[in-house]
Design a protein around this ligand. Structure first.
Ligand SMILES: [Zn+2]
Length: 60
């Protein structure tokens, strides 16, 4: 079983390397292996609402 990864492209225009980082790196900053540019891994995209959104509010 392979770990789910996020593919991001290095923003360095002279590098543009495609990096695969683990899902656990989301919202964190990673470094390009090639040029060592710090890249922020975007959060997971908002899931598309397939059904009517059901707000779960915890009564606490
Ligand atoms: Zn790079």
């Amino acid at each position: 079983m392979s770990q789910p990864t996020v593919r991001i492209m290095c923003p360095n225009l002279s590098c543009r390397k495609l990096l695969a980082v683990p899902e656990s790196a989301r919202s964190k900053t990673v470094r390009c292996k090639a040029c060592h540019t710090a890249i922020r891994v975007p959060d997971a995209p908002a899931p598309q609402a397939q059904q009517s959104p059901d707000e779960q509010k915890k009564s606490a």
